[in-house]
Write a protein that binds this ligand. Structure first.
Ligand code: ADP
Length: 397
């Protein structure tokens, strides 16, 4: 059997999904949580609803990978390590270096490590996990799939900040974006669903999850995206601010008597967004459940919808038109009311939701026949996209 694994390592977590390729059948998936913290949890699902859960202290990512392989073998998901022929690693920051997914060798791992200054919580963990896999399955083809590479086609006018140009030249301070694997997957899928060549389409992809980003995709290439130097920018998110005026940083630090900028940033990352505005939750379902009776939940919801609408408007201007708008990720693919509220406020652009078609969580065109802009719901699948990237690179090698 030829198995390809999609691996997504975070600072304290490791998620994995195993596919037989080219069928793209999921044979197992799971995660390790709380790596480096006590009471780490390992979970594996496979076969017909079989589940394994272990709780023990897992101090390092290397140990997490070791347990993963032990458990895959112990539960007969794999019979030998050789069955795993491909591994795709999601990497958060690829900087300007990685314009495409890359086959992994020692040099690439070192480069991923070196890019950690752009994603301190992620890249170092990802490099450690790559080393751990390489040691255990040295013969498998390993590929790094970057969240940023889909956005490396942005023109300078959209990736440069209005800062002294030397900061870009000297430090590579610019917009990189994120969620690129998802934006690429859903934009291609949209073209397939419409039976059109992606080169002929202007698409706006709205990845609305706990983290949220919106991308303008023209002719199959990203031309602008809402996340910035880091995933803090753009629309309002579960706990992240999205766009704010930088001058509010020193102002609030003074008022809150905060001296450490990282403490302030932590507030922007973890205590803001839907959670900060509502004071209730970062979870959109809870915000929606509370918004009829709670003013702050309502304003949090309204701000979220408003920011998504503004980015769609911006990107129609950036591309001078739009053929399709795609909704995806936790909120986008599950919430018909969010999709309806976003589109109903921008009918001036010729988009019209069909309430009956919109009542779905599956892949579907959700706009009316008469709508000038096609609106689609497309559940994202970053894992399968990562597995496909491994196969693509393997075929081209
Ligand atoms: P992450 O960025 O962590 O991957 P997800 O894409 O899983 O996030 O999205 C999580 C968000 O999706 C949460 O805010 C959750 O409330 C929201 N969500 C999931 N199902 C629904 C639903 N039916 N209606 C509204 N929001 C939903």
């Amino acid at each position: 059997m030829s198995i390809t694994m999609a691996v997504n390592a975070g600072s304290s977590s490791l998620k994995f999904q195993l596919y037989t390729m080219p069928e793209e059948t999921v044979i197992a998936k799971g995660l390790v949580e709380r790596i480096g913290i006590n009471d780490s949890v390992f979970k594996l699902e496979y076969g017909d609803d079989q589940e394994v859960k272990l709780v023990e202290d897992i101090a390092t990512h290397d140990r997490a990978v070791e347990i993963l392989f032990e458990q895959l073998e112990a539960n007969n998901v794999i019979h030998s390590f050789d069955e795993i022929t491909g591994i795709g690693h999601r990497v958060v920051a690829g900087g300007e270096l990685f314009k495409d997914s890359a086959l992994i060798d020692d040099e690439v791992i070192d480069q991923v490590d070196a890019l950690a200054e752009f994603a301190p919580l992620h890249n170092a963990a990802e490099a450690a996990v790559m080393r751990a896999f390489k040691e255990r399955v040295p013969n498998a083809t390993m590929a790094a799939v970057f969240d940023t590479s889909f956005h490396t086609t942005l023109p300078a006018e959209n990736y440069l900040y209005s800062l002294p140009y030397e900061y870009y030249e000297d430090f590579k301070a610019r917009k990189y974006g994120a969620h690129g694997t998802s934006h690429r997957y859903v934009s291609r899928r949209a073209a397939e669903m419409l039976g059109k060549n992606i080169e002929d389409l202007k698409i706006i992809t709205c990845h609305l999850g706990n983290g949220a980003s919106i991308t303008a995709v023209e002719g199959g290439k990203a031309v602008d995206t809402s996340m910035g130097f880091t995933p803090l920018a753009g629309v309002t998110m579960g706990t992240r601010t999205g766009d704010i005026d930088a001058s509010i940083i020193p102002f609030l630090m003074k008022k809150l008597e905060i001296n450490d900028i990282n403490e302030m940033l932590n507030i922007f990352q973890k205590q803001s967004g839907l959670l900060g505005i509502s004071g209730i939750s970062s979870d959109m379902r809870e915000i929606m459940a509370a918004k009829e009776t709670n003013e702050r939940a309502k304003i949090a919801y309204d701000i979220f919808i408003n920011r998504v609408q503004k980015y769609i408007g911006q990107y129609i201007a950036v591309m001078n038109g739009v053929d399709a708008i795609v909704f995806t990720a936790g909120i986008g693919e599950n919430s018909a009311p969010v999709r309806e509220d976003v589109i109903n406020g921008i009918t001036v652009f010729g988009a019209e939701i069909d309430a009956e078609r919109n009542d779905t969580r599956k892949e579907a065109v959700i706009s009316t026949e008469a709508s000038k802009v096609v609106v689609l719901n497309i559940p994202t699948n970053e894992e399968v996209e990562i597995a496909r990237e491994v196969e693509r690179l393997k075929a081209n090698a």
